[in-house]
Write a protein that binds this ligand. Sequence first.
Ligand code: UT7
Length: 336
Amino acid sequence: MYSSKISGVGHYVPERVVTNDDLSKIIDTNDAWITERTGIKERRFADLEAGETPSVMGTKAAELALKRANISKHDIDFIIFATLSPDYYFPGPGVMVQDQLGIGEIGALDVRNQCSGFVYGLSVADQFIKTGMYKNILLIGAELHSGGLDMTSRGRGVSVIFGDGAGAVVISRAENGEEGILSTHMHSEGKYAKELALLSPNTSHWVPEIMQKNDPEDLSYYPYMNGNFVFKHAVVRFSEVIEEALQTNNCSVSDIDLLIPHQANLRISQFIQKKMGMRDDQVFNNIMKYGNTTAASIPIAMSEAWEEGRLQPGKLICLAAFGSGFTWASALLRWH
Ligand code: UT7
């Protein structure tokens, strides 16, 4: 059995910055409300005319991760792409990365686990490397939310939260006894599927029917979130799954050098930090700059933490996520 480690991290965010004040010009909202409830000050919106799709952003993040891993794109054995906002309904964006990178005919897998998608993808990659099947796997999380949000006051409870961007990591076989990924943990509770969901179009509500009805009251093609309900479950599940990772490895909260939570809401991060008795320097937050970028949020945060020198050899890093499904997941890793 082999071990795996993260050998490179990268991210790409669109240039266009959209501040809370910008949103308040088109939606009945304001900077004070958004800041107080979520911590978000601004987010990035992709430029569709310039071709900034999830796969394109993901490929850019991947190129940086490959450079930092110091490996050639031709050494990648497999691609995993986590997103809830693929370029197309099908095929998924993994194959587009294979094409855009211009590499061989390797496998490309798409992961549909929303906010937990990156950690789920990490777990899949870890298993492939542990068994010896692959040596280097490219894992991408990328989202383009801006094009699908209800940018009217009606949608303000959801639309002010989300942003666009991409992050990527290269996961490689660990050498010489390096520890790397220690464990991963995944959970789901499908009875709450509709509490945070984008329901249409779907196999029983197809586009022709939607067009034929042309019903202005049909909001099923906008994301829906039962915000309070999701919040209450998030704080419980985040702490549980972090504890699970710690217990599995006989570690305690004080051993964590950096917790990188999915950036859902600064208040959620602060709640978990307080509940678990963690110091400010143990928790990484960058939601202020990017909003919630779903599957991209953890790899973007990891890439920024790496740039800030906070991912140093020997550090114990915990990743944790919760979101639509509901799904939640964590990973504990020793940086190398
Ligand atoms: O990443 C996946 C997981 N997602 C999450 O974990 C998100 C979890 N949920 C949340 O973060 C929070 O529930 C939100 C930030 C989405 C909402 O915060 P909240 O404190 O739960 O607010 P609320 O929905 O209860 O709304 C409170 C008030 C309402 O007005 P009334 O009924 O009290 O008069 C809303 O209409 O705030 C109003 N409101 C807004 N006002 C200004 C809702 N959205 C806005 C807005 N601007 N954008």
